[in-house]
Write a protein that binds this ligand. Structure first.
Ligand SMILES: [Zn+2]
Length: 471
């Protein structure tokens, strides 16, 4: 459905040397190579930073602005793609206008770059994000009062052009302009707010690079609380779109964030980021998301499940955010760990152990149930319409069960060493299932081939044996 926009077609000979010298160089591939989402990310580029300048209009749902990217070519290129859905009006590369083309999710830019050459790319755009979809996702969450850019595995292409894959982590600075009566919350810390003619521009910046889908902003009217704990600032927000009582309940939950982080640090190791927090939106989101440093939640009431959900999203700060998947095939490494820590929260707060919870679920679900009929480490084997399969309940629950069973199999001490070593070895990077299995064997000294085959690489229920952490 995308409008196809073509630039004025300027011949820009001053871009970088003689165009002839790049005649043989290819255009970067339209995808980074993810088996589930072939157009996610792009070939030939590595983005170091995003400087986002967006204005959002609540009444029309339109977003306009520009983003400056600092990127480096990882091979000689005649041009490269970025992932973006909104109509683009202009692209500049190192201050010179560059021809471009748009086909749905791919913004294709003609700009010769030598291998290793760094460039500043500025993209200008305007459109209504709510009109666009990609990979079956229509990700714009907004009403006339509040907007929250949050989703997984894709979000950036609805509000800034990106190399949208967990393999490319970059610093993010965002300046979001909305009516001055509204507040804006993003990742990291607020570093500026300027008001001009009824509009306020609020700038947020995070201390550490992040994967594009973990960048988020929310704009609306919020009750804010902040403080300092564990040597870092925390900042939580609750939408005033909630009624007074609900707002108090949500704020009480958000304020548990520092305590829960302290608990998790005792189990996992040092929190990987300079800031912490959370946000509860009044929008009917239907899911919570681990946006880096500031997970976002729907209103969850004060059920026991609400605090478990906060524990889940905070565990993702290590498992998913600091250590990102290498490909979306590895999603169980995010969701299995987050589910395990939900259950470990229950274990350490007066409830049943992860082992008891795992055995209950194992006993309750018969071998013929569809729950067992997929491989945890390859939840979308036909590589089509993978957004649903990667978030299927078996990825979460069998992933969490596999970890509880692994704890049984290798013992608490080795399991604890495995947790520390995994988040240390891969901090600020990526990890995959094979690397995890190798580390588990190295830490425990056990041959776990059969164990991982049964729990992660099989489409049937693991046998009830001691070798599988059962029995
Ligand atoms: Zn999760």
């Amino acid at each position: 459905m995308l409008a196809l926009t073509v630039a004025a077609g300027l011949a820009v000979s001053s871009l970088a040397g003689s165009p002839a010298s790049y005649a043989a160089a290819p255009h970067g591939a339209p995808g980074i190579g993810d088996p589930y989402f072939p157009l996610d990310g792009n070939g030939g580029i590595d983005v170091q930073s995003y400087d986002i300048h967006d204005r959002y209009r609540f009444a029309s749902g339109r977003l306009s602005g520009w983003t400056a990217l600092r990127l480096t070519a990882t091979e000689a290129l005649s041009g490269f793609d970025l992932d973006f859905l909104l109509p683009v009006s202009r692209v500049e590369v190192d201050g010179h206008r560059a021809p471009f083309d748009q086909t749905h999710h791919e913004l294709s830019i003609d700009a010769p770059l030598a291998d290793g050459e760094s460039a500043r790319v500025v993209v200008r755009y305007a459109g209504a994000p709510g009109h666009y979809s990609y990979a079956g996702e229509s990700n714009w969450l907004a009403d006339r009062h509040e907007v929250v850019a949050m989703n997984q595995p894709h979000m950036a292409p609805w509000w800034f052009p990106a190399n949208d894959h967990p393999l490319d982590r970059s610093t993010v600075r965002m300046s979001i302009t909305v009516p001055k009566q509204k507040q804006v919350v993003g990742n990291g810390r607020q570093v500026g707010r300027t008001v001009r003619r009824g509009l306020a521009t609020t700038t947020w910046e995070a201390g550490e690079p992040m994967v594009p889908y973990l960048a988020f902003f929310a704009a609306g009217s919020y009750e804010i609380a902040r403080g300092h704990a564990g040597g870092r600032p925390w900042y939580v927000a609750v939408s005033k779109g909630l009624g007074t009582t609900s707002r108090q309940v949500a704020m009480g939950l958000m304020k548990q964030t520092p305590t829960l982080l302290h608990w998790l640090e005792g189990v996992i190791g040092d929190y990987p980021f300079a800031e912490a927090g959370g946000l509860t939106t009044a929008l009917p989101v239907g899911f919570a998301l681990e946006n880096q440093t500031r997970p976002t939640y729907p209103f969850m009431g004060d059920s026991p499940g609400a605090v478990r959900t906060v524990a889940h999203e905070l565990a993702h700060q290590w498992f998913g955010d600091s250590v990102a998947v290498r490909g979306w095939t590895d999603i169980w490494l995010n969701e299995g760990w987050a589910t395990y820590f939900e259950n470990f929260y229950t274990e350490t707060h007066g409830g049943p152990t992860t082992d008891e919870l795992m055995r209950d679920e194992y006993g309750d679900i018969p071998a013929g149930d569809a729950f067992w009929n997929h491989e945890v480490a390859d939840p979308c084997p036909d590589h089509e319409d993978c957004v649903g399969p990667i978030f299927a309940s078996f990825v979460y629950d069998r992933g969490g069960m596999a970890l509880a069973a692994l704890r049984n199999r290798i013992g608490d001490q080795h399991f604890s060493e495995l947790i520390h070593q995994w988040v240390t070895d891969h901090q600020g990077g990526n990890g995959d299932t094979t690397e995890f299995e190798t580390l588990a064997e190295s830490v425990s000294g056990a041959d776990l081939t059969g164990f991982f085959d049964a729990w992660l690489h099989s489409d049937s229920k693991p046998a009830d044996t001691a070798a599988n952490g059962l029995g």
